[in-house]
Design a protein around this ligand. Structure first.
Ligand SMILES: [Fe+2]
Ligand SMILES: [Fe+2]
Length: 334
């Protein structure tokens, strides 16, 4: 899942500084020619650091994003829904792996990134710090959260850093399936009994505002927008993407017969967009800084999953070492 909101700088972190003129000039000329920057290419240190922060926050979001839905795999209402959800959650794990690999091309180790997540120092998308209370939440997450992710991530397929852009092309194809399966769950509930439709409405009421927050702070409060745009990382601003998401989602909610929990939503013919109400940014920052409903549980669940998987990693490493040894001895014998 997710992104722009990923490049969140927190207190104590310094903003990367631009470095020497020659590297900058040649680099900006390449960006202007729309060339992809590859791992072996010269790049300003500030660009490298910004990408490490954004790609690692993105990778963490994919992996932490498996948790709210993973708990519903055993409770899915049918075998078909279980299979679909299982595939979706596995996709998110795969997205995390592509992105950790993309971050590693910038000279960081995956271990250091995972350690920062487990120590509570790294950020991930705030949306995953909200609980999944009902089956309808699984539909809402696919429809709204993965839907917002697509809005955020499609422009990243044209990001200036080659490994990130290429990872995003595959990820976006899978996100599209995630959004459709979520919409299909919500549609089934809306076409079901009054209690099922009420479950869908209650879920939308809880998830609507946190989903709008996923696009990150207003452009006027987004400190790195200018640099990220100049460097070809960010193609469309937070507010423009958020507006696009609202414009696409309002008719979908109407089709389903659901009410979005914002009385200010109204078509503005002059702007050619839907107007919508004010986001509670205090809530956004509270959750980003660690005080959301599930922050502590998400990190401790990740740590537990990592510890429980230790034997698998050790066995794989032992197998790889053994294979390398027997290949080497075969070479000597030959
Ligand atoms: Fe997804
Ligand atoms: Fe994903």
């Amino acid at each position: 899942m997710y992104t722009q909101a990923f490049d969140i700088v927190v207190a104590g972190e310094t903003s990367p500084v631009a470095d020497d003129g020659d590297v900058q000039t040649a680099f900006l000329a390449r960006i202007a020619r729309d060339e992809k920057i590859e791992p072996q290419d010269a790049m300003p240190e500030a660009y490298r650091k910004t990408l490490i922060r954004q790609i690692s926050q993105h990778a963490h979001s994919e992996v932490v994003g498996m948790l709210p839905e993973g708990g519903w795999i055993t409770r899915a209402p049918s075998l078909k829904r279980k299979e679909i959800l299982l595939a979706k959650v596995q996709d998110e794990g795969g997205h995390g792996l592509y992105l950790y690999s993309a971050a590693e091309t910038l000279g960081v180790t995956r271990e250091s990134l995972v350690e920062a997540l487990h120590a509570g120092k790294a950020k991930y998308s705030s949306i995953f710090n909200y609980p999944t209370e009902t089956w309808a939440d699984i539909g809402t997450i696919g429809w709204l959260v993965d839907g917002a992710a697509i809005m955020n991530q499609v422009p990243l397929c044209r990001c200036s850093y080659g490994p990130y852009a290429r990872a995003m092309i595959r990820i976006c194809k899978e996100e599209s399936f995630h959004q459709r399966q979520g919409f299909d769950i919500v549609r089934s509930l809306c076409e079901g009994t009054p209690a099922q439709k009420a479950m869908a409405q209650e879920s939308i009421n809880r998830w609507w505002w946190p989903t709008l927050m996923m696009f990150g702070p207003h452009d006027s409060d987004s400190t790195h927008t200018g640099e990220a745009t100049d460097w070809g990382i960010k193609r469309i601003s937070n507010d423009a993407l958020r507006q696009k998401f609202v414009d696409v989602t309002v008719p979908q909610a109407a089709f389903l017969g659901l009410t979005l929990p914002d009385s200010a939503i109204m078509w503005n013919a002059e702007r050619g967009h839907y107007d919508f109400g004010k986001i509670d940014w205090d809530e956004f920052w509270r959750v980003v800084k660690g005080d959301g409903p599930c922050n502590a549980a998400r990190v401790s669940d990740r740590v537990a999953a990592f510890d429980e998987g230790r034997w698998v990693r050790e066995a794989a490493a032992a197998h790889a070492a053994k294979s390398a040894l027997s290949k080497a001895s075969l070479k000597v014998a030959a």
